[in-house]
Design a protein around this ligand. Structure first.
Ligand code: IFM
Length: 471
């Protein structure tokens, strides 16, 4: 049973963090300033035909130059936590070696600005903007990239390790591996299933090695460590669905959860992908390195979809919620069909299923009873309309309210959920979709860079204000 926005607001336990999230390339702009090197997203978005409308993150929300204003905005909304990502090429322009002090200074000011406003800083080290020089040297399918990432993690641990409360190594490594190297819909745009699987393993390895280096460098002994994964709800639609669910669950979720948290490869995944790779990129000792203790699992959830096996006769439905591209993000399981649920959809075409979030949080809590959970992203794109300086985004308010209520039900059912960060604070560069898809609770007028708090932003502020003191 899902509740609507009518009536009361959910109450969360003391210490529960309610806030919002962004990512560097999606908001910062200043792509060529202060020594920042090119990333794979600069190259990809500047390549004709890769991003809708030819949009790039060159300017985006100009957050790099509007830091103080955006910090004040967070404060006005009453955010308790803010999740940002650090642009690796701002810190190490070529992905290794010399550190750019102006890049460190920017994130240092960001962390200080958050703390000065009583907002908990949650930092993600990697949200998809690999330095181009590392892609030129092989990218994530190359093992060396994981070593370079660990070095970068140590640099950031030393620079911000006295201030960041939660360190997240990677954001949605599934997208980095399978959209970046499998379907080609994300940077660097390669379409090679075997490369995607190697990238999957090296991202896991990067996480494990980075955590070891981070823990050594960080001086805040209260700091927590995490990784954020993206989860898609999978539903049966016919009697072939069980097979389809197992295949997609293995590729989308088990490919990360099993090595990271159980220290093993998923057997189903290895079997289903045997047509593509022999997994010889996994070396002795890798799984021990990957399975590092973490404090919090970051959960990104947006939608649930039906899946079934394609019968080979009808036209295949391939709408898996990602932008159609030349390759497939499902190596070895290309014959699975995705059947989005009937009913309401967001502007991304994603079905709306708050119950999917409740189910996900409860099942993760059952599988990992000792792990804290945090919703590190949830939100929706809609075709907002600005009228007289207001955005009455009723659908987004409704979406958020129903998902927050789902989180509250999961808590009541025993999930150790510690926070909920709405995606996104600002309208921003939605990767292959460019600026056309707006996820913000604050509208950005890209011509003037004016920020307008949407009704959803006001709703989030009211939710935070309605929590009991001490929350
Ligand atoms: O905008 C993205 C974000 O960068 C990663 N998670 C999903 C969001 C919406 O597609």
């Amino acid at each position: 049973m899902t509740r609507s926005t009518e009536g009361s607001l959910p109450q969360f336990p003391a210490g529960f963090l309610i806030g919002s999230a962004t990512a560097a390339y999606q908001i910062e702009g200043a792509a060529n300033e202060d020594g920042r090197g090119p990333s794979i997203w600069d190259t990809f978005s500047r390549t004709p035909g890769r991003v809708v409308g030819g949009d790039t993150g060159d300017v985006a929300d100009d957050h790099y130059h509007r830091l103080e204003q955006d910090l004040d905005l967070m404060s006005e909304l009453g955010l308790q936590a803010y999740r940002f990502s650090i642009s690796w090429p701002r810190i190490q322009p070529t992905g290794s070696g010399a550190v750019e002090p102006r890049g460190i200074d920017f994130y240092s000011r960001l962390a200080d600005g958050l703390l000065a406003r009583g907002i908990t800083p949650i930092a993600t080290l990697y949200h998809w903007d690999l330095p181009q020089a590392l892609e030129d040297a092989g990218g994530w399918p190359a093992r060396d990239t994981a070593l370079r990432f660990a070095d970068y993690a140590a640099v950031m641990g030393e620079a911000l390790g006295d201030r960041v409360a939660v360190w997240t190594t990677l954001n949605e490594p599934w997208c980095s591996a399978y959209l970046g190297y499998g379907s080609g819909s994300h940077a660097p745009g390669r379409t090679d299933g075997a490369a995607a699987l190697a990238a999957n393993h090296h991202l896991n390895l990067a996480h494990g090695w980075a955590l070891q280096r981070l823990r050594d460098a960080v001086t805040n002994h209260e700091a927590q460590y995490s990784i954020t994964l993206n989860f898609t709800g999978l539903e049966a639609v016919d009697d072939t669905s069980e097979e389809a669910i197992e295949r997609i669950d293995a590729l989308a979720h088990r490919s990360f959860l099993d090595p990271l948290l159980h220290g093993r490869l998923n057997e189903r995944l290895v079997r289903d992908t045997a047509v593509v790779t022999d997994w010889s990129f996994v070396h002795d000792g890798d799984l021990e390195d990957i399975q590092q203790p973490i404090d919090v699992l970051g959960v990104n959830y947006y939608y649930t979809t039906g899946v079934r096996m394609w019968d080979g006769r009808s036209e295949r439905s391939v709408d898996d919620g990602h932008r159609a591209a030349a390759g497939s993000p499902w190596p070895g399981s290309e014959h699975v069909e995705f059947i989005p649920p009937a009913g309401e959809r967001t502007a991304m075409g994603w079905g709306i299923s708050p119950d999917g979030l409740e189910h996900l949080l409860v099942s993760l809590a059952q599988e990992f009873p000792d792990l804290r959970l945090m919703v590190t992203e949830n939100g929706a794109a809609f075709d907002d309309v600005e009228v007289d300086g207001r955005v009455h985004d009723r659908q987004r308010v409704d979406y958020l309210a129903r998902h927050f209520w789902a989180a509250e039900r999961a808590l009541a059912r025993g999930a150790d959920l510690r926070g909920y960060l709405v995606w996104s604070l600002l309208d921003n560069f939605e990767w292959g979709w460019g600026f056309g898809k707006r996820f913000g609770i604050v509208r950005v007028d890209y011509e003037t860079q004016r920020r307008i708090v949407k009704d959803s932003g006001r709703w989030l502020a009211a939710l935070i204000a309605a929590q009991s003191p001490g929350t």
